[in-house]
Design a protein around this ligand. Structure first.
Ligand code: UTP
Length: 295
């Protein structure tokens, strides 16, 4: 099969309950790390990996997300008139070409696997990427780009993998390792949210995937899994059962779980400290807090 990856699915139809009450009216993906919405980080990563078609699986109440990708000609001309060229550049860098974004609705939040399968008709017969915008990854080479490069050698299905503490494995999909070769792990099984003490390893799946259309077909036969949801992990694991290759890829970079409040706050601080315009003020403030707590 052709190994060019030009389409990415962004499943954003979840309820975002961990951020209530904010998510009553603000989609989680529009919440900002410093001054960029989570979804912008995901789009930037996809573009860096060569993605040309962006497919959003959305739900009720996500119209702010669709609006975000509209052009803003009035704003652009106001900035132009005022000579605010730097801001204008920032704004223009978020523009998307017409026809490159598609929005689909997942009518019921039946799970991540189900959300991804809603995009089946737009994917057709080629491998594709899936990006969960909740997982923000700071990396010198963007994570999906690392995976796309590795995928040129491996083929099959590939999931981003990360070591987590043993007591955290029950929150993730976990890999059963067949063999490891550098960053690439051949997988012999996958379990979604294993009960404490039963995880086959501490290598967990996080929100970047390169998948084949066959994984979408598997969705028809898997039924509901952990938490009563149709799980993407189960559809990928079906590939292994059918004798096809699945790989974990241990990316280089720092991942922040921005679907959780603690992860979101950590990412906010880390991204702000990485910025020249904010570092000194924030570092001084944090040092003051730290000294205060010592005293
Ligand atoms: P989460 O497990 O983080 O769920 O979904 P959530 O609804 O977004 O947030 P909480 O747990 O209620 O706070 C992981 C990813 O899968 C998508 C979410 O939008 C998120 O990107 N998802 C999940 C769907 O698109 N549809 C679903 O039915 C479930």
């Amino acid at each position: 099969m052709n190994r060019r990856i030009s389409k990415a699915i962004f499943p954003v139809a979840g309820l975002g309950t961990r951020f209530l009450p904010a998510t009553k009216s603000v989609p989680k993906e529009i919440m900002t790390l410093v001054d960029r919405p989570l979804i912008q980080y995901a789009i930037d990563e996809a573009r860096a990996a060569g993605i040309e078609d962006f497919i959003f699986v959305t739900s009720r109440g996500k119209s702010a997300l669709e609006d975000y990708f509209d052009l803003a000609p009035d704003l652009e001309s106001a900035l132009e008139k005022k000579g605010k060229t730097e801001l204008l550049e920032i704004l223009r860098s978020t523009n998307m070409d017409s026809g490159t974004i598609a929005y689909l609705r997942q009518h019921k939040a039946l799970g991540l696997g189900h959300a991804v399968s809603c995009a089946r008709k737009l994917i057709g017969d080629e491998p594709f990427a899936v990006i969960l915008p909740d997982d923000v990854i700071a990396a010198e080479k963007p994570c999906l780009q690392q995976m796309v490069e590795a995928y040129q050698d491996t083929g099959g299905a590939m999931v981003a993998a990360m070591e987590v503490a043993p007591e955290r494995t029950s929150s993730y999909g976990v890999l059963d390792i067949a063999e490891q070769d550098g960053a690439v792990t051949k997988v012999r099984g996958m379990v979604e949210k294993p009960a404490p003490g039963t995880a086959p390893s501490n290598l967990a799946v996080i929100g970047r995937y390169i998948l084949t259309p066959q994984v979408l077909k598997n969705m028809d036969s898997i039924g509901r899994g952990a938490g009563g949801e149709i799980q993407l992990t189960d559809a990928i694991a079906q590939e292994i059962t059918a004798g096809r290759d699945v790989f974990g890829y241990s990316f280089k970079g720092e991942r922040y779980d921005c679907g959780s409040k603690a992860g979101f706050l950590q990412a906010t601080v880390a991204f702000a400290l990485a910025r020249d315009d904010l570092r000194d003020d924030l570092a001084g403030f944090l040092a003051g807090l730290h000294n205060g707590s010592q005293g």
